[in-house]
Design a binder for this molecule. Structure first.
Ligand code: BGP
Length: 471
């Protein structure tokens, strides 16, 4: 048993996103967001979106897990596990239903007031993402989402509104969830339909998000110096397939696609390599002096990242895609096992990721998503024997522990993804479950929405109770 490795103020907890749990998609003045138009698709296929809500189509996010009504009950369960932190997001369309209104929707603000108050009653620190895959659909219809520079102002207004309203209740903020996903899944991350081959449009939309993020970060720092405002990226650590220099180079290029974003958010400017990449791809950005200043001013306090799996890069053109993954498909790593959804399970990759990010940027890092999506079976005893999830999380938390203890990485916290079962972002399925708490809801929407503790519930409780000493 190792003691005192995790810092006393380590933010142990769980992570959810508004659109994947809240439901109540059209309640109390909420407008339609991109997530409300996403349908449920089978494993291995990409989530599809309709242009408007259509009768007869099943939209899993409309109901979520009824967190909007059940959040007190759910927070009580999180508290029972000993959570110190809960990462969630503010659904933009609860605050500005269309996205471009002058005044916010008070009922939406009130919901988050109550939610954050309830978190504090349970001693849980909210960690809040401003935009987690929930772009107002009105902005998509009228401005083409993040393809328009106008989005910067709308996001600034949204960010300033919620920061000023909640700054006394929320200390930890993240601007965009997985900001590097806009070029991989623009509809999900930016409410805009751009072919993945169209780099000009993709990187322009990414630029506007980067500027918007920086502006809100700078404004937040100026007005609320105690606020900790971070960035959030999907960290797809990748290994070269062989020790051939060509594979190393390929691997470097792969990672550069992702550092493109974190370099801007942490260092305040595009790297030379990023500029060369844009040039090589004939991308010419609408990039003003004001943007440049905003990026320089709006650097972040910490790096939040999601980690589920590692990738492999190969220079061989004949390498076929063999495994699917989180937003990115890749090559099979023969040393790793895969989840039921074919994501490659690699705890050591998490230790390496923490090291790579800290070595590169020298600011605190925070694992804000990690977990195993699996099919669970509710037993007659009304629990789930999810030893496989315990094994996955135990191994990954040991990797975090090693990064802290052996490598000296300052890790702020760990929020397990989908700490209560929720709607999958990539497929819309409920059957892809991550939680310590089982929610009785099926892929077709049927179910009682009742909550049940899985075996992992008590396990995680004891991890937090012992501050990780029992790992
Ligand atoms: C991340 C997203 C989350 C979440 C998670 C798991 O990319 O930030 O919203 O859903 O992946 O993915 P999935 O739900 O597809 O299993």
């Amino acid at each position: 048993m190792k003691t005192n490795v995790f810092p006393d103020n380590f933010l142990w907890g769980g992570a959810i996103a508004a659109n994947q749990v809240e439901g109540a998609w059209n309640v109390d003045g909420k407008g339609v967001s991109s997530a409300d138009l996403a349908v449920c698709v089978p494993k291995g296929t990409r989530r599809e979106y309709t242009k408007q809500v259509e009768a007869g189509i099943y939209y899993p996010n409309h109901e979520g897990i009824h967190f909007y009504e059940h959040y007190r009950e759910d927070l009580a369960l999180f508290h029972e596990m000993g959570f110190k932190a809960l990462r969630t997001s503010i659904n933009w369309t609860r605050i500005f239903p269309n996205g471009d209104e002058e005044t916010p929707n008070e009922a939406g603000l009130k919901f988050y007031d109550d939610l954050f108050d309830a978190c504090h009653e349970y001693g849980i620190e909210p960690v809040v993402t401003l935009s987690h895959y929930e772009t107002p659909q009105y902005l998509t219809d009228h401005y083409n989402g993040w393809e328009s520079r106008r989005m910067i102002n709308f996001f600034e207004k949204f960010g300033q509104t919620v920061l000023s309203r909640f700054h006394s209740k929320v200390k930890y903020w993240l601007t965009f969830n997985e900001i590097n996903v806009i070029t991989l899944n623009p509809m999900m991350a930016g409410g805009v339909d751009i072919p993945l081959s169209d780099k000009q449009r993709l990187y322009q939309a990414a630029h506007y998000q980067l500027v918007a993020s920086a502006k809100v970060t700078a404004w937040g720092h100026e007005h609320y110096p105690d606020a900790k405002i971070g960035m959030m990226m999907l960290y797809p650590i990748s290994y070269p397939e062989t020790c051939s220099p060509a594979d190393q180079l390929e691997n470097m290029h792969f990672m550069d696609q992702h550092y493109y974003f974190s370099d801007v958010q942490v260092r305040g400017a595009y790297s030379n390599k990023a500029l060369k990449f844009l040039k090589a791809n004939d991308v010419s950005l609408d990039f003003t002096d004001d943007d440049r200043q905003a990026l320089a001013k709006g650097t972040v306090d910490y790096i939040g990242f999601s980690y589920y799996m590692s990738m492999v890069s190969s220079s061989s053109p004949d390498k076929k895609i063999k495994v699917s993954g989180n937003m990115l498909d890749g090559i099979q790593n023969p040393y790793l096992e895969t989840s039921e959804w074919d994501w490659q399970i690699d705890p050591t990759g998490l230790r390496l990721s923490l090291n790579q990010l800290y070595d590169r940027y020298q600011i605190p890092v925070f694992v804000v998503e990690n977990g195993l999506g699996a099919k669970d079976i509710l037993t007659e005893e009304q629990t789930v024997d999810d030893q496989y999830r315990i094994d996955y999380l135990d191994a990954h938390l040991k990797a975090v522990r090693d990064a802290i203890e052996l490598d000296g990485v300052p890790v702020m916290g760990y929020t397990a993804w989908g700490c209560i079962d929720l709607v999958s972002a990539s497929t819309g399925q409920m059957s892809k479950r991550y939680g310590f708490i089982y929610v009785d809801r099926n892929d077709d929407g049927s179910g009682s929405y009742r909550r049940y503790k899985k075996r992992s519930f008590d396990w995680y409780k004891s991890v937090i109770e012992t501050n990780g000493a029992n790992l």
